[in-house]
Write a protein that binds this ligand. Structure first.
Ligand code: ACM
Length: 777
């Protein structure tokens, strides 16, 4: 029989209590103050809502017993409630303090677990470890409410314990780095969600970001790259304009301490034997090419690997010596992903080394290297973790596996008795976009809405019950090829991190997306108070309108990418709310029309409001996200490469493009007789290395020196119009073309393609617009 989620029972109980107290007795004094339903993310294992609240005086006191961990929890509550509610608490030893924290190892609570009891007179929190009490302080700060009657904490009893011990987020500081203050902000924000592991991706083909005293060139040389395209040149002098960043050992110690004070372990990653181009650019003797390649300005899978000479391996061990000294946590991540073996296969020296070592395949050679690293780390009391490719060729018993190519690697590894962290790209890659909004940041548009993160289950049915304990937990990864600023990292991380947190902390059964959405709405004020630049695009109503033949009407479809949440709309200019019509099926609207729409949660319209004035003209324009092929090969949302300090300031154009087969499609477009098609196009560097996938790249051969822009009826149909392309775009970065359409039949499937090789520069379309033959300004 399926078990009934605890929370449903609890909220039923709370409702009964509320009804009972409302019927049977006069309200208690504190009931005069409105108490909102307490809402926490992640959902506690058990929360009993008693009704009413503990009133906090203006100078409320907090007491702590049990030592440093209790003091820390008291300070945490005071600081967080000050930031969230402008209501701090004074540290005091008085028995009558409003809040009391008790650290008691003898209480027998599990790791990170805590208990909270809020009565009319006091809130008491107890835990058996400092992390548990810290989490209790976070919960209390989030439970606190401030209204006209002052500050209060709802009367609740909470018994809470995390489901998993690894609740992680991976930050890629190699492709684009973040400042120390930004990483502190991220750590603070992780602590708000009770996450406890920051996996820090510090080395890659595009940059080496960790200072290693014995090998200073790793950062001096490996910490800088010349970006592809215009971004890599100074706009005034034309000189190379490097992108440089690294973290000094002092900064790293500061961050490790900052994380530790929030009960977060930083797991550093030194990626090997692939993703090594920056290190090899700094010390070519570590690699196999002479001369070595520079630090890479490209994204994707590179073919550069470390050599396996004893000197190289010894250097890597010396690097690990410093890494281990900097990061006191249990795990060191050694990467192991995407190490394509072409270089090893082609190198006579590597082949000879394989014979020396007695290994008979390149996979076995990687396995030999991983085992060597594992032994080295184990001798220092550390555990090795790597991406799931480290399973290939065999893995030492103590090594742990991070499953990213789906969960299969994790299932296999756990089946073999390895500990695993589930981090599948299909659910937990936060550089995948969360919505189809035009306001999305650059990234990978294969969409991962928050509901998909929420639905993820780290312990799959395929895993035998006796292996479940090997699933340490889960982790979301934020790769930053396309997230060049911390603002964009935040857009990618928040609010999906809330869904991640609940899956990592709450039980398997506590899985109610509608209830989660209610609690998320209650968390957003905390995001704002903590200056978290979260994405609101997931809950933005997306409007898609198609002109109907005759151009007097449009079919309008509304959707929300976050998940199944109610959409309300209005057509009379009034703000939509719960009383407005609820959207269910496509609307046929006479033009012009003004559509306002919003998601309504808990009786309130949520921001952002979608407001769109639809006219026949406005619907004759389409931007690149709406022009992607129905069956794309590899769509990316990419940014123009204009230097940031150009006249355009921080703003760069963003384009959706299928980099394997760039084509832009408008099925059933409302083409009319004599229409022209205006195309606004830009040009961006094609800076991708895709290894085996390179063969999937398709382009139409050019006829004229710089190629042609072709408009076809369907991508394989007849050419309707053609425009010879210039050598490049004008200085502003955009070119505009106008194609004259002969065809008079509507609707028509339009397809646009640029002929010519898409390397090194790729033509991309920003938007297209159908212009009538006459009558348009
Ligand atoms: C990965 O995404 N290459 C781990």
């Amino acid at each position: 029989m399926p078990s009934i989620p605890i929370r449903i029972l609890l909220s039923l109980a709370a409702a009964l209590i509320a009804v009972a107290s409302g019927c049977s007795r006069a309200p208690a004094p504190e009931a005069a103050v409105a108490v909102a339903q307490p809402r926490l993310i992640p959902a506690p294992a058990q929360m009993r809502v008693q009704g009413g609240a503990l009133q906090l005086p203006a100078a409320a006191e907090v007491a702590a017993t049990g030592g440093a961990g209790a003091e820390q929890a008291a300070a945490r509550l005071s600081e967080l409630s000050q930031r969230l509610h402008a209501h701090g608490l004074q540290r005091a030893d008085s028995a009558s303090a409003s809040v009391h924290f008790e650290l008691d190892a003898a209480a027998g609570l599990a790791r990170e677990a805590y208990r909270i009891e809020v009565t009319d007179t006091q809130a008491r929190a107890i835990a058996s470890d400092a992390a548990g009490l810290f989490h209790a302080a976070t919960s209390l700060a989030l439970l606190m409410q401030v209204g006209e009657g002052g500050a209060s904490i709802p009367k609740v009893s909470i018994e809470d314990v995390p489901r998993f011990g690894w609740r992680g987020l991976m930050l890629d500081s190699a492709r684009h780095a973040q400042s120390v203050d930004e990483i502190k902000h991220l750590l603070d924000s992780m602590a708000l969600h009770k996450l406890n592991v920051l996996h820090w991706h510090l080395t890659d083909d595009q940059g080496w970001r960790i200072e290693i005293k014995q090998f200073p060139r790793l950062t001096e040389v490996g910490g800088c790259r010349i970006p592809a395209g215009a971004a890599g040149r100074d706009p005034l002098s034309g000189e190379p304009s490097p992108y440089c960043a690294w973290y000094s050992q002092a900064q790293i110690r500061e961050l490790v301490a900052y994380a530790s004070a929030r009960h977060i372990e930083i797991v550093p990653e030194i990626d090997l034997p692939g993703h090594a181009q920056a290190a090899i650019a700094a010390y070519p003797q570590l690699g196999l090419l002479d001369p070595a390649l520079p630090v890479s300005p490209d994204w994707g899978v590179h073919s550069i690997l470390f050599s396996v000479e004893e000197d190289t391996v010894r250097t890597l061990e010396q690097v690990l010596d410093e890494v281990v000294a900097l990061f006191p946590g249990r795990f060191i991540h050694i990467g192991g992903d995407e190490a394509v073996k072409d270089q090893w296969r082609a190198s006579a020296r590597v082949q000879a080394r394989m014979r020396e070592l007695g290994v008979d395949s390149e996979e076995a050679l990687q396995s030999w290297l991983i085992q060597r690293m594992e032994r080295y780390l184990a001798a220092k009391g550390r555990r090795l973790i790597g991406w799931d490719e480290i399973l290939e060729g065999g893995l030492p018993a103590g090594a742990a596996v991070m499953s990213w190519r789906g969960i299969e690697g994790g299932v296999v590894a756990a089946g073999q008795g390895h500990d695993v962290v589930m981090s599948p790209s299909s659910e937990l890659y936060f550089d995948y976009l969360q919505s189809g909004s035009e306001r999305e940041v650059p990234g990978r548009p294969a969409m991962i809405p928050i509901s998909r993160v929420y639905a993820f289950e780290p312990v799959p049915p395929a895993l035998a019950a006796d292996k479940h304990g090997h699933v340490l937990g889960l982790q979301a990864n934020v790769w930053t090829e396309h997230l060049r600023s911390y603002a964009r990292v935040q857009h990618a991380v928040f609010p999906r991190i809330a869904a991640l947190a609940e899956r990592g902390w709450s039980s398997r059964e506590q899985r109610d997306f509608n209830d989660f959405v209610l609690r998320l709405a209650a968390l957003l004020p905390a995001y704002r108070a903590l200056d978290i630049a979260y994405a609101d695009t997931g809950f933005e109503v997306q409007l898609r309108a198609d002109l109907k033949p005759g151009l007097a009407q449009a079919t309008v479809r509304l959707s929300v990418d976050a998940g199944d949440v109610p959409i309300h709309y209005s057509l009379d200019g009034t703000p939509p709310g719960p009383e407005s019509p609820r959207y269910s099926t496509a609307l046929d609207l006479p033009l012009p029309a003004e559509v306002l729409a919003a998601v309504v949660i808990n009786g309130e319209a949520q921001l952002p409001l979608t407001k769109m004035t639809l006219t026949a003209d406005s619907l004759r324009l389409r931007r690149s996200p709406a022009l992607m092929p129905a069956t794309p090969k590899l769509v990316l949302r990419l940014e123009d490469d204009q230097p940031l300090d150009s006249a355009s300031g921080d703003a760069r154009a963003i384009f959706n493009v299928d980099i394997f087969e760039p084509r832009w499609e408008w099925p059933a477009s409302p083409v009319g007789a004599g229409d022209r098609l205006r195309v606004r196009a830009g040009r961006i560097p094609y800076n991708f290395q895709l290894h085996g996938d390179e063969a999937n790249r398709r382009f139409v051969p050019a006829v004229s020196p710089h190629g042609e822009l072709r408009l076809q009826r369907g991508c394989d149909g007849p050419v309707l119009a053609e425009q010879v392309l210039p050598a490049d775009t004008p200085a502003a970065g955009f070119a505009e073309f106008e194609l004259q359409l002969q065809s008079g039949t509507a609707p028509t499937d339009l397809c646009l393609q640029f002929s010519g090789d898409s390397r090194p520069q790729l033509w991309v379309i920003d938007h297209i617009e159908l212009l009538p033959a006459t009558g348009r300004p």
